[in-house]
Write a new protein. Structure first.
Length: 304
């Protein structure tokens, strides 16, 4: 089971330091959640039965921080693997070289490519397909057409790409419409956001804004993986932090009894005058730890 949510123009002041990070994941899971180094399995196929917890154990045995003087800030789970944050870029590159120079360990390391921004366009006619959407967007919005014309042929190929269609609940509206999640070049994004994000598509004026999506595990409540990859021994309820399945929580409909497990765990490492508010569920869009996770995702986006 996967829990996710939109993150749109939410900001949070945070003085937390940002460190160079190594990503360790199979090539079959191409998503990146780092700004520096991507470490993959050397073979293209994911070994049967090899979970990401096992991957983490194997990598940590390859890289001995004390032997090479590496300053590791933290190790945490991500979508499809783990991330290791180091104090400096030199530390991160040293770790990457250790992976690449020892081919027998079954891993390879590389710097991840940054992703194009994702946008959500709401109120699109349900019949409008991906190709028709791109055609309408360019022909009916001159500024977007001009931005596309400024790109070279190679850039134009992936300048606008429909990722997913979200159908609107028929009970919520009489008109049949959909929301489209698209990936677009930074110059296209800039034009999409002009005029308060209003664009013309077919017979409608639609609205667009930045879009982020967080994958969250319903078993341990942490971000970056699903319950299918989770190997924790005891489940953690996303509502009350209890050791039971979230779907069986007796207080999931009573927000006054919610206790966020992620913020609670973070508070254990914080001073008394810097505690996070915990009276909410782990899936709450206003959760401080969820906002921090979105901030990490945003660092992987190329805005030009």
């Amino acid at each position: 089971r996967v829990h996710g949510g939109e993150f749109i123009n939410r900001k949070r002041d945070d003085s937390t330091e940002s460190f160079p990070t190594i990503l360790i994941k199979p090539k079959s899971c191409p998503d990146s959640r780092s700004t520096n180094i991507n470490v993959n399995l050397a073979n293209n196929e994911r070994p049967v039965g090899r979970c990401y917890i096992e991957l983490r154990k194997q990598v940590l045995t390859i890289i001995d921080p004390s032997t090479y003087g590496l300053r590791i800030e933290k190790v945490y789970s991500i979508i499809g693997g783990i991330a290791i944050s180091t104090r400096t870029m030199k530390d991160a590159e040293t770790a990457m070289n250790l992976i690449n120079t020892n081919k027998s360990n079954g891993f390879s390391a590389e710097k991840p490519t940054m992703k194009f921004p994702r946008m959500i366009i709401r109120g699109v006619e349900e019949e409008l397909s991906g190709d028709e959407f791109t055609e309408c967007l360019l022909k009916q919005n001159p500024s977007i057409f001009n931005a596309m014309s400024q790109l070279n042929p190679a850039e134009q190929q992936n300048a606008i790409k429909v990722i997913k269609s979200l159908k609107q609940n028929p009970s919520e509206s009489l008109s049949q419409s959909q929301s489209l999640i698209i990936s677009c070049h930074p110059k296209i994004r800039k034009e999409l956001l002009i005029n308060n994000g209003k664009v013309y598509l077919s017979w409608r004026r639609c609205f667009c804004e930045d879009y982020f999506y967080a994958t969250q595990c319903f078993r341990c409540a942490k971000f970056g993986h699903t319950s299918q990859c989770c190997k924790v021994q005891k489940e953690c309820c996303i509502y009350c932090s209890g050791e039971h399945e979230s779907r069986r929580c007796l207080v999931k409909n009573d927000i006054t009894k919610f206790v966020c497990p992620n913020c609670s765990n973070a508070n254990a490492k914080r001073s008394d005058d810097n505690k996070l508010e915990i009276c909410h569920g782990a899936a709450d869009p206003k959760c401080a730890m969820k906002i921090d996770w979105y901030a990490k995702l945003k660092k992987m986006v190329y805005y030009g």
